[in-house]
Design a protein around this ligand. Structure first.
Ligand code: XIL
Length: 379
């Protein structure tokens, strides 16, 4: 039998503890601390050619972070259509295979992100330009995709983001794209989840989105839209196990952390209560803290990021329906946030647990404290 990462690490720690040569024991990993409460921890990982300074497992410095802290991995990009469907009639699994081989070889559990990312912006060019002659044509394309991916990886993938970001945040309606139009938005969701259930009966099936607890106009509509989508899925008996809460949380300009939390917490809890009330599990799929609008000074900024992340996780970890927490990258050096909306002062964002030199930051300490304080999710 293969040992899981956690079993292997626990075994190693026990050996160290019983060793006569008592050397200082490494501090517990985020996953080990999360494990005390019945939760698991992990991160996004990329693939890049060896030798590149990237957030890839081929980069020994990044791999060391993953191996020290995580039990779960999710590919940052390499299972998206842009990578595996470069052409309409073929699949290219080379990059994702490399991630999957690394993950299974090292005993990580692997999430599949994502079988369909709804906004056109993220389609390969050929798909964005495709004109579907009939619903059947779109159906063939999507079911073939799901079946091919699911059968290739089998039980090596324990959880899938089956559909990502189907709701248009500004309106709360389902997004309107050439693909959703060919089938109808709801029919597309149903088709994707039913096909995934058949092709990967062992897997947790997740609807993933970025509705956030920050109280802006769009977030309110986004949240309503996601609730409506989840209600519809339940009403139609579509097999969906969990809501993936991406959790790219964001500090707001000049608002003190306590003030953002004060405004956000209640309505966000109401939202989560409704979600779990419908019988959905929760997954934090892409946690990081966007410090776009936070002050330049590092000490103050790191404090804000940590306090804000902690306040958010406090709320989330109060839900026993939440088992898995994944960061969207472990290290500021490779965070997607810099490309997404670079800071005006041109400094690197500081939204992940480790800084650009691989040193743990107050956010890492806050997360560890949160996992430790949260108590057991099993009553
Ligand atoms: C991001 C990646 O981190 C970037 O490298 C890529 O250029 C764009 O996508 N929500 C998601 C993720 O579901 O797939 C996104 O990942 C971040 C937002």
């Amino acid at each position: 039998m293969k040992l899981t990462r956690r079993q292997a690490l626990a075994g190693g720690a026990a050996m160290l503890a019983s060793s006569a040569l008592a050397r200082p024991v490494a501090p517990a990993s985020l996953d080990a601390i999360a494990g005390e409460g019945g939760r698991r921890f992990g991160s996004a990982v990329a693939w890049a050619p060896p030798g590149l300074d990237a957030g890839s497992f081929t980069n020994p410095r990044y791999a060391a972070l993953l191996e020290a802290e995580c039990a779960l991995l999710v590919p940052e990009n390499q299972l998206k259509w842009q990578w595996v469907r470069r052409a309409p009639d073929s699949f290219d699994f080379r990059a994702f295979d490399a991630i999957a081989d690394y993950a299974t070889g090292r005993g990580f559990k692997l999430r599949g992100h994502t079988l369909f990312w709804t906004p056109t912006k993220w389609y390969p060019k050929w798909l964005a330009e495709m004109r579907f002659g009939s619903a059947a044509e779109a159906e063939r394309l999507l079911t073939n995709h799901v079946r091919t991916v699911c059968s290739r990886y089998g039980d090596r993938i324990y959880s899938y983001d089956v559909v990502n970001e189907a709701v248009q945040p500004e309106t709360g309606k389902l997004r309107d794209t050439n693909v959703t139009r060919a089938l109808g938005g709801e029919a597309l969701l149903d088709l994707m989840f039913h096909t995934a259930r058949e092709a990967a009966p062992h897997a947790q099936l997740v609807y993933n989105d970025y509705m956030s607890w920050e109280r802006t106009h769009d977030d309110k509509r986004h949240i309503k839209g996601v609730l409506k989508l989840l209600e519809g899925l339940r009403r139609r008996g579509t097999p969906v196990d969990a809501l993936g809460v991406q959790s790219h949380i964001r500090l707001l300009e000049k608002a003190p952390v306590a003030e953002i939390v004060r405004q956000s917490e209640k309505p966000w809890r109401r939202f989560l209560d409704e979600v779990v009330g419908m019988g959905y599990q929760l997954v934090i799929t892409e946690f990081d803290v966007n410090d776009h609008e936070a002050p330049t000074a590092i000490l103050a900024r790191d404090r804000m990021v940590a306090d804000y992340g902690k306040a958010y996780l406090d709320v989330m970890l109060g839900y026993p329906q939440l088992q898995d927490v994944l960061c969207w990258g472990m290290c500021d050096r490779y965070s997607w946030l810099d490309g997404f909306d670079p800071r005006a002062d041109e400094t690197l964002k500081r939204g992940t647990p480790y800084d650009a030199n691989f040193a743990p930051k107050p956010l890492r300490t806050a997360m560890a404290a949160d996992f430790a304080q949260a108590g057991s999710r099993h009553v």
